[in-house]
Design a protein around this ligand. Structure first.
Ligand code: SAH
Length: 194
């Protein structure tokens, strides 16, 4: 897909992902449009390809992020049953997907990026700090970045006033390669969940 969906601008990239059916939900398109990939990708940010971000890690290709978000969308969007969705992004790397997820969980929701490499945890947070929107998400506690081993999952307290949602996750996205399902991580996924 790389050659087909690349664009000269963030808008062109997202439009191409939409045109080729890699993004099919308008809410997802809106979320991708509102996050400039240039804040997260060190070179060729509007290419539909992975890019090195240091520490032998990459920011995944946009079409991969699009596919991941569309798969979990029903559990990301706030609803009467789940007004404040909680999402865990294991292997947050650049922080790009963490930001896109935050655009979808709504004002009461929360997304936590979990990284096992501390400088990459810091990179995700610093990248998010490049935009006013990203800084607002961090300041409001709607996005947090943590260091830890994703195989163990993460216990993260609720945002003030949202204790009803508990400490489990409505969505767990694993961006790190995993050879097996890790029971401790899985046990933190609410049901129904994804
Ligand atoms: N989703 C991110 C990064 C994808 S690369 C992005 O698109 O920018 C995979 C990331 O998973 C790397 O940053 C790597 O450091 C991290 N990772 C690998 N194993 C991990 C583990 N056990 N726990 C937490 N993070 C891990």
């Amino acid at each position: 897909m790389a050659w087909r969906c690349s664009g000269a601008t963030n808008t062109a990239l997202v439009d191409n992902l939409w045109r080729h059916g890699l993004i099919s939900d308008p809410a997802v398109k809106e979320a991708f449009l509102s996050v400039d990939r240039a804040h997260y990708s060190p070179s060729l940010p509007y290419d539909d390809s992975p890019q090195a971000i240091g520490h032998a890690a990459t920011i995944s290709a946009p079409h991969m992020h699009a596919s991941a978000v569309e798969h979990v969308l029903p559990y990301l969007l706030p609803s009467a049953a789940v007004p404040a969705p909680r999402a865990l992004d294991v292997g947050s790397g650049s922080g790009y997907l963490t930001h896109v997820l935050a655009e979808l969980v709504g004002e009461r929701g929360m997304v936590v990026g979990l990284e096992h490499i501390a400088p990459l945890r810091d990179l995700g947070e610093a990248n998010m700090g490049k935009s006013a929107e990203g800084r607002a998400l961090l300041d409001a506690g709607r996005v947090r970045f943590r260091v830890g081993d994703g195989r163990m999952g993460l216990t993260e307290g609720a945002r003030p006033g949202e204790e009803e949602g508990g400490t489990g996750w409505d969505v767990i996205h694993v961006g790190a390669s995993a050879k097996e399902v890790h029971p401790q991580l899985l046990s933190q996924l609410k049901a129904p969940g994804w």
